[in-house]
Every structure is written in structure tokens, then in C-alpha cells.
Design a protein around this ligand. Structure first.
Ligand code: NAG
Length: 153
């Protein structure tokens, strides 16, 4: 009986959460890095990163075999050099890392396992400002028809 109650409760919770999420007019998109290839060696992440347009609020999910790989968010310099003695912004090691893209800026990610960064486990993306189009008031300028004159009554 208790499990039934909690199931109903969870169901209601899910509904209210769904409504909450839907009330945002820009929907965050979750991207699994590498798609079905996930985060691993031998994949062209430059190609992957160019497939999508990323927007503030979107989430990158890095899925990989724990302890074989990792995810370091780094500066562009470190991304290019693969020298991870400096320029590290954040470190993710869980094997299933969810990174929210919070700022409209460039993000750079590498794997610091020996040889993996130079081998291609790195990419950069540009995150665009979320679309505020709907929040802006429609242009309320009076349309003055100067040349055409008034055709109706
Ligand atoms: C990304 O944006 C560019 C430029 O606005 C557009 O041409 C392209 O189709 C977009 N790609 C995707 C996957 O939405």
C-alpha cells in the first residue's frame, strides 16, 4: 500500500516537474558527446562539435569507461597544447558527467589520459546566448503609409 502511495506521489511529482520545465520557452537540449560513440578514443570530436548549435542552458553529457578517460574543461591554450599543467577550469571523473553550458562563451574539453588529447579526444564549442526573441515586445511603431496613401474608407 505504501509503494502504491509513493508511486502516485512520484507520478504527481513528475507531472509538476514537467509543467515547470515546459514553462520555460527555450528548452534545454541534452547532448551526449560523440552521440552513440560516446567519449572515447578514435572518434572525430571536431566533426561531432560542428554538428550542433549549442545554446546557454544546454547540457553536455560525457559517457565513458570510468578511469580510462576523464573530462577536463580547459582554456583554449591548453586545448591546443594538450599541456594540462595549467589552464584547467574544471575536472569531471564520474564516467557520466553532465556539464551545463551556463555562459555564452567558448568551452574547451579534453581527456587528460596519456596520449588521448593529442590523439583527438578534445573539442571546442561556442555556446550562443539563449533565444530571447519571445520576451521582446513586438515593435509598436505606427505604420505610416506615406507613398501608398489610404486605399480603404
Ligand atoms: C546552426 O546554425 C547555422 C547558422 O545559423 C545554421 O545554418 C545551421 O543549420 C544550424 N545547425 C543546426 C544543426 O541547427
Amino acid at each position: 500500500m505504501e509503494s502504491h502511495f509513493s508511486r502516485v506521489f512520484f507520478f504527481l511529482l513528475t507531472i509538476s516537474f514537467t509543467i515547470m520545465v515546459d514553462s520555460h520557452h527555450t528548452e534545454a537540449i541534452e547532448y551526449t558527446v560523440g552521440d552513440s560513440d560516446r567519449w572515447s578514443t578514435g572518434i572525430n570530436y571536431l566533426e561531432w562539435s560542428q554538428k550542433y548549435n549549442f545554446t546557454v542552458g544546454d547540457i553536455l553529457v560525457f559517457k565513458y569507461v570510468l578511469s580510462q578517460h576523464n573530462v577536463y574543461q580547459v582554456t583554449e591554450t591548453t586545448f591546443r597544447s594538450c599541456d594540462m599543467t595549467s589552464g584547467i577550469i574544471s575536472i569531471h571523473l564520474s564516467g557520466n558527467d553532465r556539464i551545463e553550458l551556463k555562459e555564452p562563451t567558448k568551452y574547451w574539453f579534453i581527456c587528460t589520459t596519456k596520449g588521448h588529447c593529442k590523439g583527438g579526444m578534445r573539442f571546442g564549442i561556442t555556446v550562443a546566448e539563449s533565444n530571447h526573441g519571445e520576451e521582446e515586445a513586438p515593435p509598436s511603431d505606427y505604420t505610416t503609409s506615406t507613398s501608398s496613401g489610404d486605399s480603404s474608407q
